[in-house]
Design a protein around this ligand. Structure first.
Ligand code: 5GP
Length: 200
């Protein structure tokens, strides 16, 4: 059925059908904490491992947190159409390898991508049935506190991050659902319901 007001096809998913969920949200909103909890509470979900050209941070493992690749390899993956989406963020390239996501969905597992806004928009175009979820801070002030509170970065880095956060939050209406991260456990429960399409 076509929606009379927007003219858009509703993005309904049949009950029980595995689906792709994209989780986006500004830096500092707590994506990793909430998704870390989601991971602990459901082994059924496939979490995509992105490829990136950024250098590994302390404790990050190749193939677990990211596939760390050089720019030539990243470009080869794009040219070979191996990326479901890709984007540039803070001077580095990030992309979602397509095949593992398609394999997980085909095997009946719900899949999750934790990616930034440009990538979320590409997934929307490539896979209109995907569900886009934005993780929101309880308020702008809380986000500013979290981003400046790290206290380790120069002012211009924090400023750039706040500008990007403002842009990401302005795109909320493009998303199918939003989850406010006031409390990690509560946000985890809400996100799990959206990803699984049912109560856990
Ligand atoms: P970080 O470098 O802090 O791990 O990630 C920076 C940003 O890149 C985050 O907003 C994260 O969600 C996003 N990101 C991580 N992987 C991907 C990806 O495969 N595609 C896109 N478009 N963004 C990604």
């Amino acid at each position: 059925m076509i929606d009379a007001q927007t003219g858009a096809e509703p993005r309904t998913v049949r009950q029980g059908e595995p689906r792709l969920t994209v989780v986006s949200g500004p830096s500092g909103v707590g994506k990793s904490s909430v998704l870390g909890e989601v991971r602990k509470r459901s082994a059924e979900i496939y979490f995509s491992v992105s490829a990136t050209t950024r250098a590994p941070r302390a404790g990050e493992i190749d193939g677990v947190h990211y596939h760390f690749v050089d720019t030539a390899e990243f470009q080869r993956m794009i040219d070979a159409d191996e990326m479901l989406e890709h984007a540039q963020y803070a001077g580095n390239f990030y992309g979602t390898p397509r095949k593992p996501v398609e394999d997980a969905l085909a095997a009946g597992r719900p899949a999750v991508l934790e990616i930034e806004l440009q990538g979320a928009r590409q997934v929307r175009r490539a896979m209109p049935e995907a569900q886009l979820v934005m993780l929101l801070p309880p308020s702008w002030e809380v986000l500013v506190d979290r981003l400046t509170g790290r206290g380790t970065e120069p002012a211009e880095v924090v400023e750039r991050r706040l500008a990007t956060a403002r842009e990401e939050l302005a795109a909320e209406s493009e998303f199918d659902a939003s989850v406010v991260n006031a409390d990690v456990q509560a946000a985890t429960g809400e996100l799990l319901r959206l990803i699984l399409g049912r109560e856990l």
